[in-house]
Design a protein around this ligand. Structure first.
Ligand SMILES: [Zn+2]
Length: 226
């Protein structure tokens, strides 16, 4: 897939940097969904301009979770765009102190890794909760990959962060050893698979615009084959 690419009404996949997809949700109050790794703010802003959107119209940056590959450029983008950073309340403290994350992921934040990745802790401006709305989009708490992972859902379209990945034409939960709670991750995947989604926009690999991929995921989860 070539980026930027309009995936759904009012949703553009701006690009993939270090394998992380950054989305722009258009509408009355355009927001960026995820911010890519550190040092990519300029490239993301260039991608916004390249589709004829003025970066000054962006009203916010929503992080699906705190991981460094999704949050690295959030601070610079926030300053450049004069837009607040939002994240679920359960990941807000991890954005400040990621080494306190449960599970193996905390080791990714031990020195010197953050310094090598030029990742810096960040104080979010807005803490989100499940059920909050961003324009037409509803915030769903889809924990497991991280404690405060969220998805944004509008009708049949879902921006799911790392709650699901789409690879080799299959939707599936992210790799279990990166989850902070595998049971929660499976429960979140089941909830998303049974939410009537047809277009699923994950944080890695590629967007899924194949409705049957969601049905197949729901069946595999129901049969316990994931
Ligand atoms: Zn992640």
């Amino acid at each position: 897939m070539n980026y930027p690419c309009r995936i759904a009404d009012d949703v553009v996949a701006l690009g993939r940097w270090w394998g992380v997809l950054v989305y722009l949700v258009l509408g009355a109050k355009p927001v960026l969904v995820d911010a890519g790794p550190s040092g990519h703010a300029r490239k993301i802003i260039d991608a916004i301009r390249s589709i004829g959107i003025s970066p000054s119209t962006i009203t916010g940056i929503v992080l699906t979770h705190f991981d460094y590959d999704h949050s690295g450029s959030a601070q610079e983008l926030s300053q450049e765009l004069n837009a607040p950073v939002s994240i679920h309340k359960a990941d807000a403290s991890l954005l400040m102190r990621p080494q306190e994350c449960p599970g193996l992921r905390r080791f990714l934040y031990h020195p010197p890794i953050p310094r090598l990745l030029r990742w810096r802790p960040l104080q979010a401006d807005i803490e989100l909760s499940s059920g909050d709305t961003l324009g037409d989009w509803k915030v769903l708490h889809t924990p497991g990959h991280t404690p405060g992972s969220i998805s944004l859902v509008r009708g049949t379209v879902g921006l799911v962060g790392d709650a699901l990945v789409y690879r080799n034409c299959q939707l599936r939960p992210n790799v279990w050893h990166l989850s902070t709670n595998h049971a929660q991750e499976l429960a979140s995947a089941k909830m998303l698979a049974n939410s009537g989604l047809q277009i699923v926009l994950p944080g890695h690999y590629a967007p899924s615009t194949d409705p049957s991929a969601v049905d197949r995921l729901a069946r595999r989860l129901a049969h316990g084959s994931i």
